[in-house]
Design a binder for this molecule. Structure first.
Ligand SMILES: Cc1cc2nc3c(=O)[nH]c(=O)nc-3n(C[C@H](O)[C@H](O)[C@H](O)COP(=O)(O)OP(=O)(O)OC[C@H]3O[C@@H](n4cnc5c(N)ncnc54)[C@H](O)[C@@H]3O)c2cc1C
Ligand code: SF4
Ligand code: SF4
Length: 377
């Protein structure tokens, strides 16, 4: 992929038609030619008159991405050639705020930390994802604790949630937090590295919380399946319980009734683009949060990466909003192994697609010795 003058037409050809689109929403820039509709990106017209690359093209996480440059920009250091990227510390954490963990996906740490950031005035608005009555996820701007709580819980469908950040007025002076998956934090890092033309100054993005991610489901095919197996309007939580369950569960009305299907039944709906994703732990974030590693239901694993992330966690601890424990070394090693295997698998799939060990589709800027080692091992 080369540079200069590329826009939505090139994005369609190089990313969407090539099965690389992660559904992150970064290309819904506010430009009138690209909109989202019922879980799909709709290109109304293919603009050709972009001066330099259009924001849709240059901020897409699946166009050429210089990870070394992004690491320097976001983390202030060279790209860490490790399993889960650069970090200051990794903990096992659960929210102690009454009612939060119970309404959240795992330990409620995402909701608790973002609420704290809002309440302390560290940020004014959170760009996140919210499920509608049909349980389809959409980008959403939360400005209060209650609004954040209404977004708690995971939809395992790809959400164009970066559309929410893009919807803020260009001259907005609000301080922004963004929560998203690895592909979304990659897009956000590209936005920070190459400021957008029509969206708020990325210097106003004060906090990025990344979510661990194994894969996301394609809304177009998965949502009809979901509607066949349960009454979606009554679902209060989707879950993929820790092993050995190996199922996808829809919990109804928190009344104990669960629709459970073997994980193998939903695998056909996984976005094939996730097979090329090498970032399980959202390495370009201030704080990354998941449950992998903790292996206790109701707890999060938290990776604190930047000074801003560490400070927010310290503040939450001081205010007794979180119960924080060291992650046992054996669990940390387990997480690292899973993340490393993800990198190797993604690179193997990429090399199979390109037929070359040097054309890594979107991964760029890294030492060839490093990527070669991952490919060979
Ligand atoms: C598609 C997907 C796949 C995941 N895969 C893994 C995995 O393999 N291993 C693992 O350990 N963790 C995974 N997670 C993360 C996990 O499900 C929890 O989000 C995480 O542990 C935080 O828990 P919490 O209780 O702190 O979150 P909560 O406090 O409940 O907050 C959840 C936040 O996630 C956001 N959100 C919900 N759905 C989406 C979505 N589709 N896209 C973007 N943002 C969303 C909401 O805006 C909300 O702010 C995945 C999450 C998603 C969305
Ligand atoms: S990966 Fe994101 S930015 Fe790229 S085409 Fe897909 S939705 Fe748009
Ligand atoms: S696996 Fe990667 S590409 Fe797929 S949704 Fe998760 S972070 Fe995005």
């Amino acid at each position: 992929m080369s540079s200069d003058g590329k826009g939505i037409k090139d994005l369609v050809e190089e990313v969407m038609n090539e099965g690389l689109c992660t559904g992150c929403g970064a290309c819904i820039t506010g430009c009138p030619y690209v909109v989202s509709h019922e879980g799909r990106i709709v290109v109304l017209d293919k603009c050709t008159g972009v001066e330099g690359n259009g924001d849709c093209y240059r901020h897409c996480p699946r166009t050429l991405t210089d990870f070394e440059a992004l690491s320097r920009k976001i983390l202030g250091m060279s790209f860490a050639e490790t399993e889960i990227g650069h970090y200051e510390n990794v903990w096992m954490v659960r929210s102690t705020v009454p009612g939060v963990a119970e309404r959240s996906q795992d330990g409620g740490c995402v909701t608790t930390l973002l609420s704290l950031a809002l309440e302390e005035g560290l940020v004014d608005v959170v760009s996140c994802s919210k499920m509608d009555e049909d349980r389809s996820p959409h980008g959403y701007l939360a400005r209060t604790r209650e609004e954040l709580l209404s977004c708690a819980g995971s939809s395992y469908e790809a959400s164009y949630s970066l559309e929410a950040y893009r919807s803020l007025e260009k001259d907005s002076q609000e301080k922004i937090a963004v929560v998203g998956l690895g592909c979304q934090t990659e897009a956000l890092s590209k936005i920070k590295n190459q400021p957008p033309k029509n969206n708020p100054d990325p210097q106003n993005i004060k906090l990025t919380i990344g979510l661990f991610c194994g894969w996301a489901l394609l809304p177009k095919t998965f949502h009809p399946f979901l509607k066949d197996i349960c009454d979606v309007s009554n679902v209060c939580k989707f879950d993929i319980p820790h092993t050995p369950h190996y199922s996808f569960d829809a919990l109804m009305d928190r009344n104990g009734k669960i629709h459970s299907v073997p994980l193998d039944e939903i695998k056909p709906y996984i976005n094939p683009a996730c097979g090329y994703c090498w970032d399980m732990t959202a390495e370009l974030s201030d704080i990354s949060i998941g449950s992998a590693g903790s292996s206790y239901p109701g707890w999060n694993t938290i990776v604190a990466r930047t000074p801003a992330g560490v400070e927010l966690l310290k503040l939450a601890e001081q205010k007794k909003l979180l119960a924080i424990h060291d992650l046992p070394e054996e669990r940390l090693n387990h997480l690292k192994t899973a993340a490393l295997n993800r990198k190797k698998k993604a690179l193997k799939n990429i090399v199979e697609k390109t037929g070359s060990k040097t054309d890594l589709l979107y991964i760029d800027g890294l030492k060839p010795e490093y990527t070669e080692k991952l490919i060979e091992s």
